[in-house]
Design a protein around this ligand. Structure first.
Ligand SMILES: Cc1cc2nc3c(=O)[nH]c(=O)nc-3n(C[C@H](O)[C@H](O)[C@H](O)COP(=O)(O)OP(=O)(O)OC[C@H]3O[C@@H](n4cnc5c(N)ncnc54)[C@H](O)[C@@H]3O)c2cc1C
Length: 402
């Protein structure tokens, strides 16, 4: 097992850094670094820059537009982007649906939808969770009844999805729908692509703790969907669903995000004072910062160990659950320490400070607003992508055999 990067990998890292220095707009990285809101246009701008360079769909095979990177190159790329404060790529089309279409879609679907993901013609969102189906995803109830009439073969969809991230920007949603109520629950599910502009689709916002409109509820009332939008076989959607989840957990440890957040925490702790001295010199605070830094270093090594195993032909099993748990705990601890370091400044929630054009002292209330917002927003990390409790169940089954 080799945990150091090879000279070729170091050269790749340098090429990524050069690209980011030349192409990542300062305006976007400043927004990410200060925790300001990224609008649809900001996210589309970064999507287009990556696509132009051919580095957008880095999980796709080369024949469909992927760059042909190894697992280690993907790791390097994602971490360098986080360290440079690049916006996150919206994952739903590129990282989730794309690989599903490549594996399970028919030729016509690949030809039509894949280029539209790359060029940004479609903004996808993920319609998996329902009010009664989260951890127990196979309990989805949203129904799709097949029928044929003068306008053709189609499904009529009724039901509700929830927690639909960035669904307010989306024109398309991929959904798990129930096409057979009689079968065992995993066997009656299909994977359907639905145009959000079809009559009967309604999107309602959910406002989260940080005051953000990031997630939504999506309602379907007699929504007509062409049968051509079925991916894979009818009633075999669970296979697509599980395959997609392995991609949802890609880079779940988020090492680069934690390294960037830790640097920011250190800057705050050097600036904020306690009893006339920088907070970084306060023994109690310094110990907590040191502990999280050690945990992060350990996790980085574990992450590289898993990647090295995958590069050697292995399949990540319980390790990805471990990385998810530790990665999200570390990110939450860093944002919690940052909030503590801001002290009273982190108390008021100054919503305007998260918008374009707000001009304030970066270590005063303006910056504190984003620290508090990030703390609240990061609560989600241990819930989505399979909650941390569910990951512990996976570990106990796979490793302890319980
Ligand atoms: C910010 C955010 C964005 C999201 N975006 C999307 C999206 O875009 N699309 C989408 O489809 N979904 C999305 N989700 C949904 C997410 O996948 C679910 O929230 C998650 O799977 C948990 O399901 P649930 O919320 O229904 O909680 P539940 O499944 O009801 O769980 C509630 C609690 O019980 C625990 N629990 C449940 N079952 C077990 C068990 N067997 N053993 C031990 N503990 C258990 C859970 O860990 C959790 O703490 C998002 C969620 C959040 C918070």
């Amino acid at each position: 097992m080799e945990l150091n990067f090879t000279p070729e990998e170091e050269a790749f890292r340098a090429a990524v850094r050069d690209f980011l220095a030349a192409k990542l707009p300062d305006r976007l990285s400043a927004k990410v670094a200060s925790g300001q809101h990224l609008g649809k246009a900001d996210l589309q701008e970064w999507h287009a820059i990556l696509n132009e360079r051919g580095w957008l769909a880095n999980h796709w095979p080369e024949q469909y537009g992927g760059p042909g990177w190894t697992a280690i190159e993907k790791f390097i790329f994602e971490n360098e982007c986080a360290l440079a404060h690049a916006p996150r790529t919206v994952p739903f089309g590129v990282n989730m649906l794309g690989p599903v279409l490549i594996k399970y879609g028919n030729e016509a679907q690949k030809r039509y939808w894949l280029p539209r993901i790359l060029n940004g013609a479609d903004w996808w969102c993920q319609g998996y969770s329902e009010p009664g189906a989260g951890s127990d995803l196979a309990a989805v109830k949203t129904s799709a009844m097949r029928g044929v009439d003068a306008q053709g073969d189609h499904y009529i969809v009724n039901g509700q999805k929830t927690w639909t991230t960035l669904g307010q920007h989306a024109n398309m949603i991929f959904c798990l729908v129930r096409t057979n109520r009689e079968a065992k629950k995993q066997e009656g599910i299909s994977f359907l692509l639905i145009d959000m502009e079809t009559p009967g689709v309604e999107v309602r916002p959910i406002i989260t703790l940080d005051g953000e409109h990031e997630v939504n509820e999506v309602f379907f009332s007699d929504v007509r969907v062409p049968a051509d939008n079925l991916v894979g076989e009818e009633n075999k959607g669970w296979t697509c669903a599980k395959f997609l989840l392995t991609y949802e957990r890609t880079n779940i440890a988020g090492v680069g995000f934690s390294v960037a957040a830790l640097e920011q925490l250190k800057a705050i702790a050097a600036k904020q004072t306690k009893n006339g001295k920088p907070l970084a010199e306060d023994p109690a605070f310094a110990v907590r910062m040191a502990c999280v830094e050690i945990d992060l270093e350990n996790m980085k090594t574990t992450n590289l160990r898993v990647i090295a195993a995958v590069a050697g032909g292995g399949v990540p099993g319980a390790e990805s659950s471990m990385l998810k748990i530790r990665g999200t705990e570390i990110r939450q601890e860093i944002s919690s320490l940052a909030r503590r370091a801001m002290g009273l400044y982190a108390r008021p929630f100054v919503a305007e400070a998260l918008e374009d054009g707000f001009d304030g002292d970066p270590f005063g209330p303006a910056f504190a607003a984003s620290v508090a917002a990030r703390y609240f927003n990061n609560r989600k990390l241990s819930i989505f992508g399979g909650s941390n409790e569910i990951q512990k169940n996976i570990i106990s089954k796979m490793i302890l055999g319980l």
